[in-house]
Design a protein around this ligand. Structure first.
Ligand code: F6R
Length: 638
C-alpha cells in the first residue's frame, strides 16, 4: 500500500478485514468522502506542479463524481488551485450523442467541471461518440496512444454501476480490453432512463476505456454513495475476482482505494452482520436488535422460538452472556418491537404513553407532512395521514417541489386540448401547444410548459388531500427553487430553499414533522429535500416551539426500514388500504407508465401495497400480530 496517498492516512484505513479484498474507507457522508478525494487529487496536482510535470487524470461522469468536482472547483476558486498542468482523459461517452446533447458526457464534464477551471482546452480528452463505425477502432487506438504518450494515467477516478461496471466495461469484459465500442447492459440503460426521458432514448452503445487501460493507472480511487450501491460494493470488495463483476478486477491493482459513505458500505459483512466477523460492539443496542431479527430470518423462526443453540451457532454467544439467558433476551426483543405498534400515530389521548412511540399530550397535535414530490405523502404514509386526520389532529401537507418534470408531454397536451376545446380565448394555450409539438426529445421544457405541468400536479394533489379530508389552506406548495432547473439534474440547494421551509415551520409550530428519509439516491430529490428540511430544523432548533416538535421519517417508494430501525409501526385495516389506494389514484399523471419509473415496473399504488403488506408480514413472521398492512417510521432526534 502506498502510504503517501491521503486516503491511506485515514484512521482505520489500514485495518485488514477478513472478508475484504479491496482497500476501502468509509465516510459519514458523500460530502466528506468527496472532500477527501478532492484533497488527494489536489495534492497530486501540486506535487506534479512542484516538479514541473503534467498531472494526468482519468475522469468519470455520472452522479457519483459530482460532489468531488464541486470540491475541486471550490479549491480552484477559493484556494487558487491551478489546473494548468492537468491533462484529463475521460472514461467514456455514449455512442451516437453529439457533444452538445444534454445527456452527452462532453456537456456534463464542461458544465460540472471544466468550465469552472483554468484547464487549457487542449488538455481535455473525452472519447468521441459521433464517429462512423469504421473509424472507431483507429480512433480508440489513438486515444490509448495519447494516454501512453503522456506517461499513462497518474490517477483514475471511477464510479461503479449496479452491474459492477467500471467505465462502461460491462459484465463479461476482458481483463485485457482497451478503449473500444461496447454494448451497454440493459440494467445500465434502465438506470440512465430517467435522464433520457425513457429507456428507448438511451443509446445502446458507448465508447469506453478498457479494463487494461484503467488498471494501468498508477492510482485508482473508486467512489460509491448511497444504499443503492451497497449490494454491488459488497460483491466488488468481498467477492471473488470474476469477469461477471468487472470491478473485482481492481483487486489485482496494488494502489486502489474504494471510498464509500456509510450507506454504500452498509452491505459489507463487518457492518451488516458484525457478529459473523467476531467483532461486534454489543454495547450498541441497535446491533443487538439487528442481530436478533437477523437470526430470526436466518433460522426461519419467530423471536420467542429462538433457542440458546441458535445464538451460539451464529456468533452471538457473547450477547447471551450480556443478557444472562436467551429467553430474557427473546422477551426483551419481542417487547421492543411490540411497543413500536400503534394505531395512534399522533399519540393516544388519556393513555399511559411511557411505552408508546408518541406522547399522549397535547391531545390534538399540529402536524406537517413534508412530501418531496406531490404524491409521496399518500404513497408512503397515506394510511397514517388518514388516521391523523380522522383522530382530529391539524394536519398540514407541504409539497416541497412542483414535480413538474415528471408529467409527460402527452399528459400536458391532453389538458391543453381540453382547455382550448372549451375556451374562446385559448391563445395562451395555443402557444404552449405550438411549442410542445415543436419541442425535440431530450430538451429542457420552457417555463410556461413547466408551469402547466406543475399545475396539473397541484390540482391532482388537492383532489387527494380533499379526499382525505383536510382544507385547502392546510396544503402548502413550497415549489422549492432548487428543483426548477427543468432538467433531471437539479440546481444546487440554497438558503432560499431553507427560508421557505423555515417560514412554514415557524408559522405552523408543529408538534410532529413527517419527512421522507430516503437514502436510496444521495443526489436525488428526496435526499436534497431531506437535507433542506434538516438544515431548516437546525436553524430553528432554539425556538421554544421546537422543543415540543418530534420528527418522524418515512421511506419513499423504493426502500423500507430494517426492522431494528423501526420506532413506530402503524397498522392498516383492509379498508384503510383501499382508501390509501384511492388517494394515490388521484395522482393520475403518475399512473400507468410514469416518466421516471426506474428499475421497478410496478405502478406506485402496487409498490406501496406490496411494501405495506410485506412490512406486516415481517412483524407476523417475528411472532407479532398479523395485520393486513403497516406503515413504518423512524424517529429523527435533533
Ligand atoms: C461514467 C462511468 C460509469 C459510472 C457508473 C456509476 O463515466 O463510466 O461507470 O461511473 O455508471 O454512475 P453513477 O455515478 O451515476 O451512479
Amino acid at each position: 500500500m502506498k502510504k503517501e496517498n491521503i486516503l491511506y492516512q485515514i484512521p482505520g484505513a489500514f485495518e485488514e478485514h477478513r472478508f475484504e479484498k479491496l482497500h476501502n474507507v468509509t465516510f459519514d457522508s458523500s460530502f466528506s468522502g468527496s472532500v477527501a478525494v478532492a484533497d488527494e487529487i489536489a495534492a497530486l496536482i501540486k506535487e506534479k506542479q512542484a516538479s514541473k510535470l503534467p498531472c494526468v487524470l482519468g475522469l468519470a461522469t455520472g452522479s457519483s463524481p459530482l460532489s468531488v468536482y464541486k470540491q475541486l472547483i471550490k479549491l480552484h476558486q477559493e484556494d487558487g488551485l491551478s489546473f494548468k498542468n492537468v491533462i484529463t482523459f475521460n472514461l467514456d461517452e455514449y455512442y451516437g450523442l453529439e457533444s452538445n446533447d444534454v445527456n452527452s458526457y462532453h456537456l456534463f464534464m464542461h458544465e460540472n467541471l471544466f468550465d469552472h477551471l483554468d484547464i487549457p482546452k487542449e488538455n481535455i480528452n473525452i472519447p468521441s461518440g459521433t464517429l462512423q463505425n469504421e473509424k472507431v477502432r483507429t480512433y480508440c487506438k489513438a486515444y490509448e496512444k495519447k494516454i501512453a504518450d503522456f506517461g499513462g494515467l497518474d490517477f483514475q477516478l471511477l464510479g461503479i454501476g449496479r452491474t459492477g461496471h467500471i467505465g462502461f466495461n460491462e459484465p463479461g469484459s476482458n481483463i485485457n480490453s482497451q478503449t473500444r465500442l461496447v454494448t451497454l447492459d440493459h440494467l445500465t440503460r434502465y438506470d440512465a432512463a430517467g435522464a433520457f426521458y425513457g429507456i428507448d432514448n438511451v443509446p445502446s452503445k458507448a465508447v469506453t476505456m478498457g479494463i487494461k487501460t484503467i488498471l494501468a493507472a498508477k492510482r485508482i480511487v473508486l467512489i460509491a454513495w448511497g444504499i443503492n450501491k451497497s449490494e454491488i460494493i459488497q460483491k466488488a470488495v468481498e467477492g471473488a475476482l470474476t469477469p461477471k463483476i468487472p470491478t473485482t478486477y481492481l483487486q489485482d491493482h496494488d494502489n486502489t482505494t474504494v471510498v464509500l459513505d456509510t450507506e454504500a458500505a452498509s452491505g459489507l459483512t463487518r457492518i451488516k452482520t458484525p457478529w459473523i466477523t467476531g467483532n461486534c460492539d454489543w454495547s450498541d443496542l441497535s446491533n443487538q436488535c439487528k442481530a436478533v431479527y437477523w437470526l430470526c430470518e436466518k433460522t426461519n423462526k419467530s423471536i420467542l422460538k429462538l433457542t440458546e443453540e441458535d445464538y451460539n451457532q451464529n456468533g452471538m454467544s457473547e450477547l447471551l452472556i450480556l443478557h444472562g439467558n436467551y429467553y430474557d433476551l427473546n422477551i426483551k426483543m419481542f417487547n421492543r418491537l411490540q411497543n413500536t405498534i400503534t394505531g395512534w400515530p399522533g399519540g393516544k389521548p388519556n393513555a399511559d404513553d411511557s411505552k408508546r412511540p408518541e406522547r399522549a399530550m397535547p391531545e390534538k397535535k399540529k402536524c406537517i407532512i413534508f412530501s418531496p414530490h406531490p404524491d409521496d405523502d399518500v404513497i408512503s404514509m397515506g394510511g397514517t395521514f388518514d388516521r391523523l386526520v380522522a383522530q382530529g389532529h391539524e394536519v398540514h401537507i407541504a409539497y416541497q417541489t412542483s414535480g413538474n418534470i415528471a408529467v409527460s408531454n402527452d399528459e400536458a397536451l391532453k389538458y391543453i386540448e381540453v382547455i382550448s376545446d372549451i375556451s374562446k380565448d385559448a391563445s395562451v394555450y395555443a402557444d404552449i401547444k405550438q411549442e410542445l409539438l415543436r419541442k425535440e426529445k431530450n430538451t429542457v421544457d420552457y417555463l410556461a410548459l413547466r408551469k402547466l405541468k406543475g399545475t396539473i400536479r397541484k390540482r391532482e394533489s388537492l383532489a387527494a388531500t380533499r379526499y382525505i379530508g383536510i382544507p385547502d389552506n392546510q396544503v402548502h406548495f413550497l415549489n422549492l427553487p432548487f428543483y426548477e432547473s427543468g432538467k433531471v439534474q437539479k440546481n444546487l440547494p440554497s438558503q432560499s430553499d431553507i427560508d421557505i421551509t423555515n417560514e412554514l415551520i415557524s408559522s405552523v409550530k408543529p408538534h410532529q414533522i413527517y419527512a421522507a428519509g430516503d437514502l436510496a439516491d444521495p443526489h436525488g430529490t428526496h435526499r436534497i429535500c431531506l437535507n433542506i428540511l434538516l438544515d431548516s430544523i437546525y436553524q430553528l432548533k432554539t425556538k421554544p416551539y421546537m422543543k415540543d416538535c418530534w420528527v418522524w421519517l418515512y421511506r419513499g417508494a423504493w426502500q423500507e426500514f430494517e426492522v431494528h430501525e423501526i420506532e413506530m409501526a402503524v397498522p392498516m385495516s383492509p379498508d384503510q388500504v383501499l382508501r390509501k389506494r384511492k388517494a394515490i389514484f388521484y395522482h393520475q399523471s403518475q399512473k400507468d407508465s410514469v416518466m421516471f419509473q426506474g428499475s421497478d415496473d410496478r405502478e406506485f399504488w402496487v409498490r406501496a401495497e406490496d411494501r405495506n403488506r410485506n412490512s406486516a408480514k415481517r412483524y407476523r413472521d417475528l411472532g407479532l400480530s398479523d395485520y393486513q398492512a403497516m406503515e413504518l417510521f423512524q424517529r429523527y432526534y435533533f
